[in-house]
Design a protein around this ligand. Structure first.
Ligand code: ARG
Length: 468
């Protein structure tokens, strides 16, 4: 049968049983190279390890393997120099690289794909890529923690209102508040480390789905690529994407944690709070209102969970109900994941920059800490400690005194002793020692509490932990 003129040529790498090439629509929905070219380095690493193993096992000639490896390194150089010509017709990163290898070294290139499939190849590449992403993010989270610890060190003694329901609750140390985010970041690091540990197994050698009849050495390729071991089930090796889901779950949680500090930065830098300022480096102006300084970076970091948690949802739904083993649906995993990791890394960099950049208005914070009867609990505690009252009763008495103070429009510390005694005759002048935001903060010395002495202990612990 003669081929119609308007039908494109069949794919050179898999088109043996095809008379013609794909329609434009087929190619458009199938092509992934614009996305998965980000796996080029990992793909070449995987191919180098595979070629060396094929030679070591006597499956290809040592001389051929040598030529293949040299050719692959040349491809790597072209990719790094941005000289590589990526082709849509060649579908994905794997076939682009193999086709270029063929141009460079000729016949031996065709031996590289022995005992391998794109299915185990892409799973290997993607695991390697995510492993590096986990390591980068861990470094970024450590940098974020360092920025928080530096600020905490400057502000261990700075008093601010602590909130519940965004209502003034009890005075806390600003350093204590900031270190709370360092704790959350540590758990984020744990989640990424945990995902990394589980994903670090090699799918390479699972081939299309069933393994291979060639006498390959999967331990050897696993070791060469820094994997802990080869995956034990070939079907699982090419089908699993839960490793990417785990990283996305960690990323989504991390982005949510970051968004909470982002939100507080938006609040703190507002005219209403005036707790903090961002420098020009992290502020933007308005094109219409000349007076404005907007915390755009904090707002965008606050928005990132929309995209990152969305990515987690996207991949969960792509994977849901997929039968074993490989299905092309899974090609969608990379665009989703790359975007989410890019978003998280940018949010982390921005939050680290802002955490270091913030300058705090200590006076405004202290004044706010003293407002709203934030020392009411201290009064109740005093009644328990000095008069032996049950806490519930003390709470009631303190509430009644707050009510009187509120009516007179004065803080508890400005209330005449007789006024307090009219509510509770046992109260004496010593009560004044607990009625201030500073005293309240200083008194909370329980482990994990906000007393500056405790905060200083935590700063020392963080410094030790974040060393090096
Ligand atoms: N580009 C593909 C992906 O990312 C590679 C695997 C293709 N395998 C296949 N049997 N068509 O999923």
């Amino acid at each position: 049968m003669s081929r119609r003129k308007d039908v494109p040529a069949a794919n050179a790498l898999w088109g043996g049983r095809f008379d013609g090439g794909p329609s434009a629509i087929m190619q458009a929905i199938n092509v992934s190279v614009d996305t998965d070219r980000r796996l080029a380095e990992q793909d070449i690493d995987g191919s180098v390890a595979h070629a060396r193993m094929l030679a070591a096992c006597g499956i290809v000639a040592a001389a051929d393997a040598e030529v293949i490896v040299t050719g692959l390194e040349q491809v790597r150089a072209e990719v790094r120099a941005a000289e590589f010509q990526w082709s849509h017709a060649l579908e994905d990163v794997h076939m682009n690289i193999e086709a270029r290898l063929k141009e460079l070294i000729g016949e031996p290139a065709g031996r590289l794909h022995t005992a391998r499939s794109r299915n185990d190849q892409v799973a290997t590449d993607f695991r390697l890529w995510l492993r590096e992403a986990c390591d980068r993010i861990d470094g970024q989270l450590a940098a974020f923690q360092r920025a928080l610890v530096e600020q905490a060190d400057r502000h261990a003694e700075t008093v601010m209102p602590g909130f519940t329901h965004l209502q003034t609750a009890q005075p806390v140390s600003l350093g204590h508040h900031l270190l709370s985010y360092a704790e959350a970041a540590q758990r984020d690091r744990g989640r990424f480390a945990d995902a990394r540990k589980r994903l670090n197994e090699s799918p390479l050698g699972a081939a299309a789905l069933a393994g291979t009849a060639f006498p390959i050495d999967r331990e050897m390729t696993a070791k060469a690529l820094g994997f802990d071991r080869p995956m034990a089930n070939s079907l699982d090796a090419v089908s699993a994407r839960d490793f990417a889901l785990e990283v996305l779950a960690a990323a989504a949680i991390c982005s949510v944690n970051l968004s909470r500090l982002a939100e507080e930065i938006v609040l703190w830098t507002s005219r209403q709070f005036r707790f903090a300022q961002l420098s020009d480096a992290f502020s933007t102006g308005s094109s219409i209102m000349p007076q404005k300084r907007n915390p755009d970076a904090a707002e965008l970091a606050r928005a990132k969970p929309g995209r990152i948690a969305g990515a987690l949802q996207s991949l969960l739904i792509v994977m849901k109900g997929l039968p074993l083993a490989y299905s092309k649906d899974m090609q969608e995993d990379k665009a989703i994941t790359f975007q989410a990791i890019d978003d998280l890394e940018l949010a982390l960099a921005a939050m680290t920059g802002m955490a270091a950049d913030l300058s705090f208005d200590i006076k405004t914070m202290a004044a706010a800490a003293g407002e709203g009867y934030s020392d009411a609990t201290d009064l109740a505690d005093w009644l328990v400690r000095e008069l032996g009252k049950p806490f519930r009763e003390a709470h009631h008495v303190a509430g009644a005194i707050v009510k009187v103070a509120e009516k007179q429009g004065v803080p508890l510390s400005a209330l005449p002793l007789e006024t307090m005694q009219a509510v509770e005759p046992g109260i004496d002048a010593r009560v004044h020692s607990v009625l201030s935001a500073q005293a309240s903060m200083n008194s909370r010395t329980s482990y994990g509490g906000t007393a500056p002495a405790r905060v200083r202990e935590q700063i020392a612990r963080w410094r030790e932990r974040l060393k090096g």
